[in-house]
Design a protein around this ligand. Structure first.
Ligand SMILES: [Zn+2]
Ligand SMILES: [Zn+2]
Length: 303
């Protein structure tokens, strides 16, 4: 592959016939030899697609030629080639699975009643004006925040997006309800929904980082409020904004800083945890800390 690229985008817009959009997207991506993941629902599209730059550009042009997707904000990044194992295009109840398909309302203008969108520059302005008062609220799975997050961010205890409702209803975060809260996630889509759910549950001043961490990193590199690496859902596993960026995660074996996630060798578990490449090469700690604590032996050598 000459120049591997990955695009990430979503559009919240009412789709009368998600099945038809799915078939079109599948045919389009397949005909261009692209791989990745596309979710379509009655509320729009969420896609991460990779391939050669020439083919990806054609895919983007065709996708934007469909009027409801015309305004899609496409985030480009460099791939490594074969960044996804396959092409998957599916219709789902929700673009992101919070388990609340009936709680959000989507019009041609997008999700209704969500947090105010802040572009990276506007986020810095808010921080300049309101300072310490502003709280970052991580809208991702807790694991992703192990290698990078906004400074002093609150990281809810979530294994999947489905866990957010219980977290924000738990009372743990009630002291944030009258504070300026900025939600953030990888590309912005999870915050479109999360910020609605938070506002509906009494959080009064909710903002969402427009374009997510990806756009923020493109804008400010490693000079802003972002610390560490960004977890990504393709072969790269993590990306950094600039050279000499250190992960904030630590190897479970030697405690050295590392952004490298590996799968637990226990086939019943397969949970991802941090282990540096040196310790991996030496075959150290093949099981995740949870399994070690429970005394479960490895069934295979970690890879
Ligand atoms: Zn190590
Ligand atoms: Zn495990």
């Amino acid at each position: 592959m000459a120049t591997p690229k990955i695009v990430l985008f979503y559009v919240f817009t009412p789709l009368a016939d998600p099945e038809a959009v799915k078939l079109w997207q599948h045919t389009l991506a397949e005909s261009l030899g692209l791989k990745g993941r596309v979710i379509v629902s009655k509320d729009g599209i969420n896609a991460t697609i990779g391939g050669d730059i020439f083919d990806v550009k054609q895919y983007v042009r065709a996708t934007k030629s469909y009027a409801p997707f015309k305004g899609a904000d496409i985030k480009w990044s460099n791939g490594e080639g074969d960044d996804f194992p396959r092409l998957s295009v599916k219709v789902r109840d929700e673009l992101v699975t919070f388990g609340t398909p009936d709680e959000i309302t989507v019009t041609e203008d997008g999700v209704q009643g969500g947090g105010q969108h802040l572009k990276p520059g506007a986020l810095h302005k808010l921080l300049d004006e309101r300072g310490e008062e502003v709280v970052f609220f991580d809208g991702r799975n807790a694991m992703e925040a192990q290698i990078g997050k906004f400074r002093d961010a609150i990281v809810p205890d979530t294994d999947t997006t489905r866990d957010f409702i219980a977290e924000i209803e738990s009372g743990k975060y009630d002291d944030l309800k009258d504070k300026p809260v900025v939600t953030y996630c990888t590309g912005g889509i999870r915050c479109e929904v999360l910020s609605v759910l938070m506002k509906n549950r009494g959080f009064e001043e909710v903002y969402q980082l427009d374009g997510g961490i990806v756009r923020y990193g493109e804008t400010f590199g490693s000079s802003g409020y972002w610390d560490g690496s960004l977890y990504v859902f393709d072969k790269r596993m993590h990306v950094e904004f600039g050279d000499n960026v250190e992960s904030i995660g630590h190897c479970v074996s030697c405690d050295k800083k590392t952004p490298e996630f590996v799968n637990c060798a226990n086939l019943e578990c397969r949970k991802q945890y941090l282990r540096c490449t040196d310790c991996t090469d030496k075959g150290l700690q093949p099981d995740c800390p949870g399994c070690v604590e429970q005394g479960i032996p490895a069934e295979a050598v970690a890879g």
